[in-house]
Write a protein that binds this ligand. Structure first.
Ligand code: GTP
Ligand code: MG
Length: 351
């Protein structure tokens, strides 16, 4: 999973990248991109590790990239560097930073968000029009049924974009999703917003985040002070604890931002436990037990028999698998069982 931090110039992309990764990045200018692999914090995994004392604990991971700034017109006119555009197209989701410090107002933050979303809509329009033009030029030379299907789909997308709406808000038939994926449309990608506020403006920025969350459905919004969070992330552990005490900071919101990014992508985690390893496995929400087993190993999917299943909450309530069995909440689920976030699974498979 690859997530790009995007936003207007000076909106705090590099600062947020540092806050989330704990890595000091350079400016993230031009073609120098900051990249980091980060563990998805999961309290449940920490608790299970204490119980099972495994040789290793493996968190779900995401790749985070700090990209260069988006300026008005540079995506739709392709004046943004080809490398940045490519990075954006390859990413699975976006975290967008909105400047809410140094004189920014609710109106300016809203305009900034609107401007970037419009940029994506316009960029996708240009891409579709170019493709439709090419299809028209080719005339009837190509496989006509497939081309007609593509043309119809692209026209449907174009109508949506012409209404100023993102492709993510269009309901697309499953067989068409695959076709669209190849285009890597920007307005189709999951996007979450961080209202990046100054230290003395946190309460107000929370209200602003709620307003934007209501006004821009489909894009979850959270407020944070990236500067403060990045200072915290770059501190040594003991220094951080002392700092948080001194300023009465109860929790870093790093974990909340990363979890929200996962949810924005429609991902949940199931868990596996044991003496060797406790691990969180990210999967698409709605996956069944057989598909989930396949993320561990294709063999487990091909030779799937049953998934021993207990929810994390039940496991914590009863304290052990044996007690869960006694209470009758330990279950054997079949291939089609839809896995839920926090399910502790043990896959039974044939030889
Ligand atoms: N007060 C305040 N200042 C911030 C915050 N986040 C970033 N800044 C400041 O804003 C300036 C720009 O931050 P960067 O993180 O470099 O912004 P950027 O989006 O990466 O900038 P470019 O890569 O140049 O587009 C720096 O001086 C930061 O210290 C914040 O949460 N609060
Ligand atoms: Mg930067």
């Amino acid at each position: 999973m690859y997530i790009a931090v995007i936003g207007h110039p000076g909106s705090g992309k590099t600062t947020l990248f540092q806050a989330l990764s704990g890595i000091k990045g350079d400016g993230g200018y031009s073609d120098k991109t900051n990249l980091a692999t980060i563990d998805v914090p999961d309290e449940r995994l920490g608790i299970l590790t204490k119980i099972f004392n495994p040789k290793k604990t493996v968190h779900a991971r995401i790749e985070l990239a700090d990209t260069v700034a988006i300026e008005e017109g540079n995506v739709k006119n392709s004046t943004i560097s080809a490398k940045t555009l490519q990075q954006m197209r390859l990413s699975d989701a976006f975290i967008l930073t909105l400047r809410y410090f140094d004189g920014a107002t609710p109106a300016s933050a809203e305009n900034d968000l609107h401007a970037i979303l419009s940029e994506f809509v316009l960029s996708d329009m240009v891409q579709i029009e170019t493709r439709l033009e090419r299809i028209r030029k080719q005339g009837g030379k190509k496989d006509s049924a497939a081309v007609a299907q593509e043309e119809a789909l692209l026209n449907q997308c174009l109508a949506q974009l012409n209404d100023g709406k993102p492709l993510s808000a269009l309901s697309i038939a499953q067989q068409d999703e695959k076709l669209l994926r190849g285009f890597q449309f920007l307005s189709l990608k999951p996007l979450m917003v961080v209202v990046n506020s100054s230290e003395d403006n946190i309460a107000e920025s929370k209200i602003q985040a709620e307003n934007l969350d209501n006004k821009f459905p489909g894009y979850p919004v959270i407020s944070a002070c990236a500067k403060l969070e990045s200072e915290l992330a770059l501190m040594a552990e003991d220094e951080r604890v002392a700092f948080m005490e001194e300023y009465a900071i109860t929790e870093s919101i790093r974990g909340r931002i990363i979890s929200l990014a996962l949810r924005t992508m429609g991902l949940i985690c199931f868990l596996t436990v044991g003496e060797d390893e406790c691990r969180a496995w990210p999967i698409k929400k709605g996956m069944n037990a057989q598909e989930a087993a396949g993320t561990i190993h294709t063999d487990l999917s091909n030779k799937f028999i049953r998934a021993e299943t207990v929810s994390y909450a039940d496991f914590m309530k009863y304290g052990s698998m044996a007690e869960c069995k006694k209470a009758g909440i330990w279950r054997l689920e079949g291939k089609t069982y839809i896995v839920e976030d926090g399910d502790i699974l043990n896959i039974r498979a044939g030889n």
